[in-house]
Design a protein around this ligand. Sequence first.
Ligand SMILES: Nc1ncnc2c1ncn2[C@@H]1O[C@H](COP(=O)(O)OP(=O)(O)OP(=O)(O)O)[C@@H](O)[C@H]1O
Length: 233
Amino acid sequence: MLTVEGLRSRYGRIEVLHGVDLFVGSGEIVTVVGANGAGKTTLLRCLSGVQPVSGGAITFRGEAMTCVPAYRRVARGLAQSPEGRQIFTNLSVEENLRLGAFIFADERVERDMADAFAMFPILREKRNQLAGGLSGGQQQMLAIARALMGRPACLLLDEPSMGLAPILVAQIFEVVKALKALDVTVLLVEQNAFGALSVADRGYVMETGRVTMGGSADELIADPRVREAYLGI
Ligand SMILES: Nc1ncnc2c1ncn2[C@@H]1O[C@H](COP(=O)(O)OP(=O)(O)OP(=O)(O)O)[C@@H](O)[C@H]1O
């Protein structure tokens, strides 16, 4: 579904992605784990089209995406729920969700909203409250739900567990797992390698702008190098 080949990107003169290769199959949950500064966020920003690419190719559902502007990628089904959530705090929960579906004007929006509320009952309870009043975990759920309102074929998730209390981290990973049942393909970027690999089918390890390992989530969890460097075991 999503293929990345030899992807390079730079900030000014400094190259931070040095030729990244990865693949996400339809219906898979794939995670990219790595330390702070490895280039994970930059990779996702390249995929969603908000960060310039200086080399390599991105192909999504058989179509070259490398030069396609960000808003067209969303319309093609490649959507990102950004790091740091970026919800509209002065709008209600429901208004945030409707904004996620702004490119659609059909009766499916109401159904999608009902699906979102079924997945995140707390959002139904708080649908008329300002999003700024939600807790960190609830805001993260809203950000994911809003991205889902755009009916993505592939959802790019940047550090959904960042800054959350452990109990909420567990909840967020459960949500990621549940996306599989909705037929949404997920590329999940995380510093929390254990949580991410626990819900993923496959994973890649990124170090200083390169993919250094890849395999099934079980293989990576069992790998002594991953255990030592990322799982603290
Ligand atoms: N706007 C920027 N300008 C210059 N350098 C940047 C910028 N953003 C990131 N970098 C650098 O690019 C490299 C990769 O950063 P990136 O944020 O992609 O890593 P990351 O793996 O996502 O880390 P984190 O988990 O902290 O987000 C780092 O060396 C970082 O300092």
